[in-house]
Each structure stands twice: as structure tokens, then as C-alpha cells.
Design a protein around this ligand. Structure first.
Ligand code: MSP
Length: 645
């Protein structure tokens, strides 16, 4: 029977817009899912959103929307982002889905029947940001280590899950399955939690305090604790208990999470599964954190990096490649645009891009786009062939062990070898005298490129497929298997080999340090009781005083210039009584020449930002609709610098 592979991401809270942390986890899941497709497995990929609990109610309140309107809006942001990052999930689950809610009630009933739920009064230290009770020992300087806020003392009667009953079973299970939680450091962390007595888990919230949740099946006065609800998504998303998908894909589950949610996944979830009579998942795969400027990304610091900002400036595949190449799975990484540009220029534009373009150019020049027949083979050709075939095994092993960055390093080693082979074989010299040898050399380059493109597809699907098309290959993307890549000469082109433009244009950057990204201004933090900051809703009302804070002026565009390396941005000189430089996303929407002389509406007191290394000192306003971008301005000639009220 075909082997099965089921991969999940955490279901993300809808109290914050997606950032690169969410994108990383989801891209890892996508890369691994695609890799298992190449391995010929029957795969299923689940992601979604976590929509109940205090945090979400607080965020909805702040945005002036009802919880339902609010969660619909933010969940849509996640659902619509993933296709833009080429994430090919099979199902998007929401904890507000009726069938998920039914499953949660079913699991609670089973756990209760098992005698694992009891009612009791409890007083404890509660962090609203984490939505959980803390023990004194877990606090750092009396504060929640994640939110840096003191927890509140809460006393109430609640339902409890008898998790303590499963402590020994879990310890034994982890010892018997040493890679149940990986990498090892996280297994050790879980075992260290388990070396202390495990407390039972409070799994309800009284409706007097919270109504936005799933009502307990055995007491209408309570809703389910958000973690108990959320974890069940991994089985409800497959149609537990009787759905075909559940029968097919459970227990082949590979959960991908970051270290922040190790405890619920490494301890609560296996105990819940055991109690409900469901087999444990296969592996919990835990990665580290992306930090920005040596610290945590946080909305209140305004250093949140949004995936689409990066994709807009650098392109999707460079973004996916950078995340996978830069982070060692399990360890923290520092995000910087400089590092992204360096990888894009060195690995993608220089090494891979040049290899593809010089190879295709030679096939065109010497054989009019046809793959030549090989002539005599020499040891140097055999050596390249051996490296290319060995690469498939090395890559496969690394991918199975979550060594995505090492798999990429191995691919790049071979890319380096082909580039060197071309330099040494000098096809341009062979073309003059030895056409038989030239055929052999071109065939070896072609085959190695075919292997490289196939292996890169999970990481950079669009570019890999472009290479496959340019090589004229009949099978592309998921239709290629690792076995095909292990077979030298497996596929011949079915079309002429194309000569194509550069896959990855180099990004030239100025010497001075600068960001190409829009800076997301710090968002107002919610009162600590309510946890993390919320997204300001487009619908939220502002006061007249708020409006007056915006210094709106009439300006005249004096000059518009392209910015090297940017697909979207133009550098404008705008006269608002004084000259300001403004970087605006107008490229492709307006001819530069047509902008000069235009009167525009400008926000003159926006905090300056550096975009593509250029200081931007304001923002000009435009409306966007299906037809494009429309600049706003006065309906008759107005003196530059006039205030708009
Ligand atoms: N809703 C819970 C998860 C429930 S799963 C049953 C939750 N949501 S979350 O929106 O806070 O997402 C946390 C996850 O987002 C992390 O585990 C990780 O996958 C991703 N990341 C969030 N910030 C991150 C970084 N800075 N770096 C890497 N990944 C990060 O917790």
C-alpha cells in the first residue's frame, strides 16, 4: 500500500495578521508535503485558524466588531495568504466550523466516560495572554515569561482533565519512541517537564467569564478551554471518528510547531489522545524562532515582518528559499533583509540562475535547442554523474531528518560542481573540434540540471517548474518522482529546449544599511489583561482628534525615477512648499514621465522610513480598485503645501 503522510501546522490565532513566523512554519509544512509527494506518498496537509477564547474576544472588542465578524475577517487573511506563498494545503480548518465543534464535544464525552474529567474549585495564577494557569515556578520574576506581565489570581470552579493519570505512560512512550518529539533538545525539554509531578489540566471556562467557545457537552454553563478545543483540530480536520480521511491518514501525523507551543503539543495532546482511545501522532517536529534585530518580533515594537512585503520586493521563490536555507530546523534564526539579498544574489542569481542560463544558451547555440546524442564518455563525466545521483540519496536522507538547509546545501554543492565542470570542459572549445565530446558534456549538464530542478521543486516550485519547462521535460512538479531522478537519462525533452530570460535578477543595493520593507508602525498594545495587541479594523471608528493628527497637504510631483532592483517602487520628489522624497508603490501603474506635474494628496507627518535604501518622508494617497491604482488630488490647481481638512 502507498505510504501515507499527514502534515499539520498549528492553527494560528486570529488576533494577529500573519507574519514571517507563521509563513515559515507553513512553508516548512508545504516543502515537506511536496517532498513526500516526490517520494510517491499519499499526502494530506492541514492548516487553519484558532478562533475561540479570551484573546480573540479582546481583539474583536478592540476592532469594534462582533467575535464572529472579526474571526471571519482575520481567518480570511490567513486563508488568502497561503496560495500567494504557493502553499498547497488540502484543507483549511477553523475551530468555529460546526463539524469541528461536534468533534470536540464527542472527544470530551469520551474522555468523561473514561472517568478522566472531574469538577473542582481552583485558585491559580492565570495569564490571559497565554490563556492558561501558571505555577509559581514557571514564572520569571513573578511574570509570565512570554508576555512579561504578572498573572492574575483567579479562583473559580471548573472542569479538569485528569492528565496526571497519563504522566508515566507518556514518559514510557517517549523513551520507547525516541524520535516522537524531535529535534532531541525538545524531547529533553518535555521529559524535563515530566520529571515534576504533572498537574491536571483545567479544561473549562465559566460562561459568566467567557461565552465565545464550545459549550461543554455535559454542562451548559461552561465553554471548553481554548487549547483543548484547538488541539482536536488535528483529528476533526480528518473527519474523526468515522471519516475516510481519518482512517487513511491517522496516525501518520507529523505536527510542525515552534518551541512556544511545545507543552500543549508534547504533553496535553498525547494525554488527550490516550484518554480518548486514539493512537498517538507519529512525530512532533519543533522549530525555533525567527527573531528580528536580536529580539522577538512584536507588534508593540513595530518590527513585525510581513511575508507579502518581502514577496513583493524580492519575489516568492527567493523568500521561500531564504527561509528554508537560513534556518537550522530546531534553532532560532535572525531575520535580516541583508541576508536575504545576499542569498538571492549569490545562490539564486549567480549559482543557479547563471548555470541554467549558460546551459540553455549553449544547447541553443550548438544544437538549436535539441538535446544532442552523447559521444565518448570520460572519467570526468562519470564523476559528475556520480555526484548528481548521490545527491538524490543525500537529499532524501536530509529531508527525512528535517535537515532542509542541509538538503539545499547538498544541491548547491552539485550546482557548484556543474559550473566547475562547464569551466573545465569548455564546451565553446569542444564546439570547434570535438562535437562528439560536446554532445556528452551537454548531456551530462542536462541530466544534472534535470535532477537539480526536480529536487528543488518542493522549495521553489515556480522556478523549478520553469526550469523543467525550459528543459522541455514532459514531467514537471509533482509528476516527477525521486525514482525518476535516480534514473540517469530517464526523460528526454519532448519540446525544443528554450532559451529564457534570467530566472532570478540580481538585487543591487546601496552601500548604506536600509530596509526595502514598509515598516509596520507599532500597534497600540491592549491592556495586559487582554493579552496581545489586536489588529485595528478597517471599520473601527476614530475620533476627530485622531483625524486631526494627520497633516494632509497638497503636493506637486516634480520628478519620478525608478529604483534599481525594485519591481514596484518609484522615487518621487514632491513639492509641498518644501521638497520631500517619497518612495511610492506606483511602478507599473503610472509612466514616470506622466507623473511629473501631477497634484497629489500627501500625508506630510508620517514617520520617515527607509525603503530600498532610500529615505521616504511622507506618503501620497491613492485608491485601489480592480482597474489598478488611482492617485488622489485636488479637482483644480491648488497651491502646493495647502492643508487638507
Ligand atoms: N493557536 C495556537 C496554536 C494552536 S495549535 C493546536 C497558537 N497560535 S499562534 O498564532 O500564536 O501561532 C504560533 C505558531 O506560529 C508557532 O508555534 C510557530 O509555528 C509560528 N510562529 C509564531 N511566531 C514565530 C516566530 N517568530 N518564529 C517562528 N515561528 C513562529 O499558538
Amino acid at each position: 500500500m502507498t505510504e501515507r503522510f499527514y502534515i499539520t501546522t498549528p492553527i494560528y490565532y486570529v488576533n494577529a495578521a500573519p507574519h514571517i513566523g507563521h509563513a515559515y512554519t507553513t512553508i516548512v509544512a508545504d516543502v515537506l508535503n511536496r517532498f513526500h509527494m516526490l517520494s510517491g506518498m499519499n499526502t494530506f496537509f492541514l492548516t487553519g485558524t484558532d478562533e475561540h477564547g479570551d484573546k480573540i474576544v479582546a481583539a474583536a472588542d478592540q476592532s469594534g466588531q462582533s467575535p464572529k465578524e472579526y474571526v471571519d475577517r482575520i481567518s480570511r487573511m490567513f486563508r488568502e495568504l497561503w496560495p500567494k506563498l504557493n502553499i498547497s494545503y488540502n484543507h483549511f480548518i477553523r475551530t468555529t466550523d460546526p463539524d469541528h465543534q461536534e468533534t470536540v464535544r464527542l472527544v470530551l464525552t469520551r474522555v468523561k466516560e473514561r472517568g478522566d474529567i472531574y469538577f473542582s474549585e481552583y485558585e491559580g495564577l492565570y495569564c490571559f495572554g497565554c490563556e492558561r494557569f501558571y505555577t509559581e515556578k514557571e514564572l520569571v520574576d513573578g511574570k509570565c515569561p512570554d508576555h512579561q506581565t504578572p498573572p492574575q489570581v483567579i479562583k473559580e470552579a471548573n472542569y479538569f482533565f485528569r492528565m496526571s493519570r497519563y504522566q508515566q505512560w507518556l514518559i514510557d512512550y517517549i523513551h520507547a519512541h525516541p524520535d516522537f518529539i524531535r529535534p532531541e533538545r525538545y524531547k529533553n525539554e518535555v521529559l524535563s517537564f515530566l520529571s515534576e509531578p504533572l498537574e491536571d489540566l483545567c479544561i473549562s471556562r465559566p460562561k459568566s467569564r467567557l461565552t465565545w467557545g464550545i459549550t461543554l457537552p455535559f454542562d451548559d454553563n461552561f465553554v471548553t478551554y481554548v487549547w483543548f478545543d484547538a488541539l482536536i483540530n488535528y483529528v476533526s480536520g480528518l473527519g474523526y471518528p468515522s471519516g475516510d480521511r481519518f482512517k487513511t491518514y491517522w496516525p501518520w501525523a507529523q505536527h510542525i510547531i515552534a518551541k512556544d507551543i511545545l507543552k500543549p503539543h508534547g504533553i496535553y495532546w498525547p494525554c488527550m489522545l490516550k484518554s480518548a482511545g486514539i493512537e498517538p501522532y507519529r512525530h512532533l517536529n519543533v522549530h525555533g524562532y525567527w527573531n528580528v534585530s536580536q529580539g522577538k518580533m512584536s507588534k508593540s515594537l513595530g518590527n513585525v515582518v510581513r511575508p507579502l512585503d518581502l514577496v513583493d520586493v524580492y519575489g516568492l521563490d527567493p523568500f521561500r528559499y531564504f527561509l528554508m536555507r537560513e534556518m537550522v530546523f530546531g534553532l532560532d534564526s535572525e531575520f535580516s533583509e541583508e541576508a536575504l539579498v545576499a542569498r538571492l544574489n549569490a545562490d539564486l542569481a549567480n549559482d543557479l540562475g547563471n548555470l541554467v542560463s549558460r546551459s540553455l544558451t549553449m544547447i541553443h547555440k550548438y544544437f538549436k535547442g535539441n538535446l544532442p546524442e552523447p559521444g565518448p564518455v570520460k572519467p570526468r563525466d562519470e564523476e559528475l554523474k556520480r555526484s548528481a545521483l548521490a545527491l538524490v540519496d543525500i537529499y532524501e536522507k536530509q529531508m527525512r531528518d528535517l535537515g532542509m538547509h542541509k538538503a539545499l546545501m547538498a544541491v548547491w554543492e552539485v550546482i557548484g560542481k556543474v559550473n566547475k565542470y562547464i569551466d573545465e570542459m569548455a564546451p565553446w572549445v569542444l564546439a570547434k573540434s570535438e562535437t562528439g565530446r560536446l554532445g556528452t558534456v551537454i548531456r551530462h549538464i542536462f541530466e544534472t540540471l534535470r535532477i537539480v530542478a526536480g529536487l528543488l521543486w518542493p522549495f521553489i516550485p515556480e522556478s523549478a517548474q520553469k526550469i523543467q519547462v525550459q528543459l522541455g521535460l514532459p514531467c514537471q512538479g509533482k509528476d516527477v518522482t525521486l525514482e525518476d531522478l535516480r534514473t540517469w537519462g530517464m526523460e528526454r525533452p519532448v519540446r525544443l529546449i528554450e532559451k529564457a530570460p534570467a530566472l532570478f535578477p540580481r538585487i543591487e543595493r546601496r552601500k548604506e544599511k536600509g530596509r526595502a520593507l514598509p515598516l509596520h508602525p507599532p500597534e497600540k498594545a491592549l491592556p495586559s489583561k487582554k493579552g496581545d495587541a489586536a489588529i485595528p479594523a478597517d471599520q473601527a471608528l476614530i475620533t476627530y482628534d485622531d483625524f486631526q493628527k494627520i497633516d494632509l497637504r497638497i503636493g506637486v510631483i516634480r520628478a519620478a525615477e525608478p529604483i534599481a532592483g525594485s519591481k514596484k517602487l518609484l522615487k518621487l520628489t514632491v513639492d509641498i512648499g518644501e521638497e520631500r522624497t517619497v518612495v511610492a508603490g506606483l511602478k507599473g501603474h503610472y509612466e514616470e514621465a506622466a507623473l511629473a506635474g501631477k497634484q497629489v494628496l500627501m500625508v506630510a507627518n508620517l514617520e520617515p522610513a527607509v525603503l530600498m535604501g532610500i529615505g521616504s518622508e511622507g506618503m501620497i494617497l491613492a485608491a485601489t480598485d480592480r482597474c489598478g491604482v488611482h492617485l488622489l488630488g485636488p479637482d483644480s490647481e491648488t497651491v502646493p503645501g495647502s492643508r487638507v481638512k
